[in-house]
Each structure stands twice: as C-alpha cells, then as structure tokens.
Ligand binder design. Structure first.
Ligand SMILES: [Zn+2]
Length: 242
C-alpha cells in the first residue's frame, strides 16, 4: 500500500478516554504533525472512572486527566483537544453523540479520521482473553456513522446549516485496535515512537508502574514493524471512502 502524505492535511483522532488516542495512534499523529498536518484530538469522556482507588473524587480525576491529555497532546504536536461531556463507562453510540461528532467534522473538516475499531468485541490470546471496553466500541461506531453518511449528507442535522456549517466528506478512516490481525496499513513510526512513550507517560494517574506499559508497547510496536522492515509501526484498518 502506498505511503501516506500528511503534509497540509487535517487529521482528527477520536477516542473515548484520555489516553485512547495516545495508545492507538499517537506516534502516527506526531509523525503527521512533523510533516505539517494539523492534528485535532476529540475525547468523548474525561475518564472519571479510570482509578482503582476511592481516595480521589470523579471531579478531581476528571481535572487531572484533562491536564494529562493536554500535556500529552503538546508533546505530540497536536493542535487542539476537544473534550465532550460524556461519563466514563456509560458511552453509547447515540444520535446525540453522533451529532456532536458530525458538528466537529463539519467544523474542522478533516481529510483523515482515526478512531477505535468498533468491530473488536474481544481478544483471544493463547492463554488469556479480554473484552474491549464498551466505551471503545461505542466511540468507534458513533465516529464511523458520523463520517458516513451523516457528516456528508446535507439533510442530516439541518440546524448545522444555520450555524454556517457545510456538509463534509472524510476521505479516509483509520481504525486502531490492540491487535493487528485485521490491519491492512502499517505506518513506519520509527522516528516518532519515542514521543508516543513520552505522551503515554504523561497520563501519570493511569499507571502505577509505567515501565511495564513501556515494555509491552515497545514490544508490540516492534512486532508490528517487523513484517514491514520497520523498527516500530502502528497498525490500522484503513478505509478509503469513495
Ligand atoms: Zn480507553
């Protein structure tokens, strides 16, 4: 598959929680920003439930996670982070969520959209399995529906026209998941992989010990790169929309 040119492109990465975009596609976002793309993050919740202790309130955690996500974005060269007002653990692909994403698509007019693979319900490894968080599935589904057909069609959400927003056609969508078995697009992120680690480390509230995370992310990204002859890669399902 041909190389992707990010120069002068607008890119929107849409995740459910602070850190989702950083786990899924941040090395690619840093690469795109370096090549002159304008990168916008959309985060549907502020990750209020992302704590294993009761010592911190949901409001405090929310404020911390917004700060952490903004710090990570700065490291990567992401221009802006837009937070939506949904509760962690309760995200559903509702028409309201789709409408909010459509509004952002019509506002920023991205060429490429990165989001989470909604078809990924569970993962099976040799000795264990795990369930993909329902918020991840919800944001992936809502974002796909928002890109097509909703943002494109003049008649979806006609109130947007009164706000001066025109329909928008997204050219390509890239879906990330924690496993690359369905991927048809491997992006060489050898030059920006260190920024991904730095951005992930900015989500301090999420890790008791970042060394473990660093080690599995490094191993996984090296594995994804191996088949293509890259030191590190991020893998996606790439959908070119007609
Ligand atoms: Zn998440």
């Amino acid at each position: 598959m041909e190389k992707i040119n990010f120069k002068h492109k607008t890119i929107m990465a849409v995740g459910a929680h602070p850190d989702d975009n950083d786990f899924g596609c941040s090395a690619t976002m840093a690469l795109a920003a370096r090549q002159g793309a304008k990168v916008i993050y959309v985060v549907a919740t502020t990750g209020q439930r992302g704590s294993r202790t009761h010592k911190i309130s949901a409001e405090q955690l929310s404020a911390t996670r917004i700060k952490e996500q903004n710090a990570a974005a700065k490291i990567l060269g992401v221009k802006q982070v837009r937070f939506l007002d949904y509760r962690d653990g309760e995200l559903e692909p509702t028409l309201k969520l789709k409408e909010e994403i459509v509004m952002l698509l019509r506002q920023y007019r991205p060429d490429y959209v990165f989001t989470m693979d909604p078809s990924r319900f569970y993962y099976v490894r040799q000795n264990y399995g795990f369930i993909n968080h329902s918020d991840h599935r919800a944001i992936g589904e809502a974002t796909l529906d928002a890109c097509y057909p909703l943002a494109r069609d003049l008649n979806s959400f006609p109130m947007h026209q009164k706000m001066g927003l025109k329909p928008h056609k997204v050219k390509e969508i890239f879906l990330s998941s924690f496993m690359s078995d369905k991927a048809n697009c491997f992006i060489d992120v050898s030059k920006t992989f260190h920024l991904k680690l730095k951005a992930l480390a900015a989500h301090k509230s999420q890790f008791d010990d970042f060394r473990g995370v660093k080690s599995w992310i490094t191993r996984g990204s090296a594995e994804m790169g191996k088949s293509r002859g890259y030191k590190f890669a991020e893998a996606f399902v790439r959908l070119k929309l007609r």
